[in-house]
Ligand binder design. Structure first.
Ligand code: ATP
Length: 524
């Protein structure tokens, strides 16, 4: 199956089985917003809770070979407000600089992120072709051939990639070349066959604004946070004054963020409302590299332990020209990337680990006039700590888990199953009486009541057993316990494992223990 079809099937499974629905579905949806259904919210909460456990409740042991080895690192949690004093976003640089270059197509009225467009051409052509960077080479070739045919030219010897649209359009270096590549009237937009329909790139601020209170003018404008991180910096002093943390330590937070994305797309990958899991690690500047490397490894371990293993996960250091203003002076940013079906064979960002230096605290100190320095008693030194930030997308993580889990299997009635790691699966087990008869149902209810305190379990009584197995396969339930005639005789049930469909008899009294052993995520 092509990646494109797989994505279509996954989106349709998500709706059919209650993982993710378009927001405001009955009104035709609203671009860039999604609702999480009965199973989607369980999956998202499981990922959220695992992150919280790994970072806050049970943080990793400090780096080997250092004074921090052998003891858990110091971490506390926070839940800050979505709307903060608007000065926050001036200080952080978001008001001035949180922008994306945007271009419009005059003909189709479609809008594109200029830095997400790639430009192609072919020999003997003065025309250039812009495509979204996820477009396959096959589709690029198809369109260029169509264009050439329409213009009566069949002479396509070689199609070549010129690179990033913004660079091709703006770069002075290219302006000087004989091809005059910067000329917009030679460019064919992604969804037309006519050249010259794209506008110049314009900077577009991604923050959504609102007006708390009764007065709706510029002076009263506030913003929905575009990242959870700033709430942490604003509370740095409060946390220091109210808890007993000492540097190095981290503050972790999970919550909603909002970005007025120019082109929300690829299902929940890029939406306008989403959730982030961010942690700011405050340390002495001389230890920034140590902690950056440490968190980079720890964060990879996390994603691997909950099921994103192997070749679909990739670690990548940012190139110099991709670095944010604050990261330029430091040890840079590295991404943990996942091969999503729509980025394949390429990868898309899942989490970034950035060295933010002392940028944010210094800015907030300057704009608020409040001292945000730290006095380090051991070093007898006063300084603004450096920050290492692992910033992950919770909702983007949900998509990675869904894509990784999606497995075709012609040998089972559902044709597909979700191969979730048991720790993230929305339901850990289903309890299925073989028939709806009196002799199977009471035992099933008893087992359900015994397990539901400790596990998310499903009691499913109606329909034939094959259909019920198929449903559980499609929602990724790792185990099914079936109650049959033998249950009444010897107190055992059939335990069916999702992936292999192998069955074994397990004593009803041991079912809880059996699940507990199976659903633990591997640590480290
Ligand atoms: P991108 O380059 O994909 O726009 P970013 O580099 O702007 O992402 P960060 O600001 O580093 O992203 O945010 C941290 C994480 O938040 C990202 O790794 C991603 O998982 C998630 N994220 C960012 N923007 C969105 C969005 N519009 N929808 C869903 N998740 C997002």
């Amino acid at each position: 199956m092509s990646d494109e079809n797989m994505m279509k099937d996954l989106v349709s499974l998500c709706k059919r089985r209650g993982f993710v629905f378009p927001a405001s579905d009955i009104y035709g949806g609203i671009n860039g917003f999604w609702d999480y259904g009965p199973l989607g919210v369980e999956l998202k909460n499981n990922l959220r809770d695992l992150w919280w456990k790994w970072m806050v409740l049970c943080p990793p042991l400090g780096p080997e070979g250092t004074e921090y080895a052998g003891a858990p690192v110091s971490m506390v949690g926070l839940d800050s407000s979505i709307i903060q004093n608007p000065k926050t976003w001036e200080a952080s640089g978001h008001v001035a600089g949180f922008t994306d270059p945007m271009v419009d197509c005059r003909e189709t009225k479609l809008r594109y992120r200029a830095d997400h467009l790639v430009v192609y051409s072919y020999l003997d052509s003065t025309f250039l072709f812009a495509f979204n960077k996820e477009t396959s080479l096959e589709d690029v070739e198809k369109k260029i051939h169509k264009f050439a045919k329409k213009r009566g030219s069949e002479n396509i010897r070689q199609i070549f990639e010129l690179g990033d649209f913004t660079k091709v359009i703006i770069s002075d270096e290219l302006k000087d070349r004989k091809y005059n590549y910067h000329s917009l009237d030679k460019i064919v937009a992604p969804d037309t066959l006519e050249p010259g329909t794209l506008t110049e790139p314009r900077q577009f601020n991604l923050m959504l604004d609102t007006y708390p209170g009764v007065i709706r003018d510029e002076a009263h404008k506030a913003y929905l946070r575009p990242e959870t991180a700033q709430g942490i910096f604003l509370n740095f002093k409060n946390v220091l004054d109210s808890s007993r943390v000492k540097i190095p330590f981290g503050i972790a937070q999970i919550g909603k963020a909002f970005r007025n994305e120019v082109t929300p797309r690829n299902f929940i990958y890029r939406s306008r409302e989403f959730e982030q899991m961010e942690m700011e690690w405050f340390c002495h500047p001389s230890e920034a590299k140590l902690w950056r490397d440490f968190w980079f490894v720890e964060r990879q371990k996390f994603w691997t332990a909950i099921g994103l293993a192997g070749e679909n996960l990739q670690m990548r250091d940012h190139d110099k020209d991709e670095l944010s203003h604050y990261a330029k002076a430091g040890y840079g940013t590295a991404d943990i990337e996942y091969r999503f079906p729509f980025t394949a064979p390429g990868f898309g960002e899942l989490e970034g680990i950035a060295h933010r230096c002392d940028f944010d605290l210094t800015q907030h100190q300057k704009i608020s006039g409040q001292k945000l320095e730290y006095f380090d008693q051991e070093r007898n030194e006063r300084y603004i700590p450096h920050v290492i930030e692992p910033a992950a997308g919770l909702t983007r993580g949900v998509l990675a888990l869904l894509a990784e889990a999606y497995t075709l299997d012609p040998n089972r009635p559902s044709g597909v199953y979700l191969n979730f790691h048991p720790a993230v699966a929305p339901k850990k087990a289903a309890i299925l009486p073989l028939t709806a008869k009196e002799d199977h149902v009471p035992a099933a209810q008893k087992l359900y009541m015994a397990l539901r305190e400790d596990f998310a379990v499903d009691l499913d009584i109606k329909q034939n057993i094959g259909k019920r197995y198929a449903r559980q396969d499609e929602i990724g339930t790792p185990y099914c316990f079936t109650i049959d005639d033998q249950t009444n005789a010897d107190g055992t049930v059939t335990a069916r494992e999702r992936n292999t469909m192998a069955q074994e008899r397990v004593s009803m009294d041991r079912a809880g223990e059996y699940l507990r052993e199976k659903i633990k995520p591997a640590k480290g």
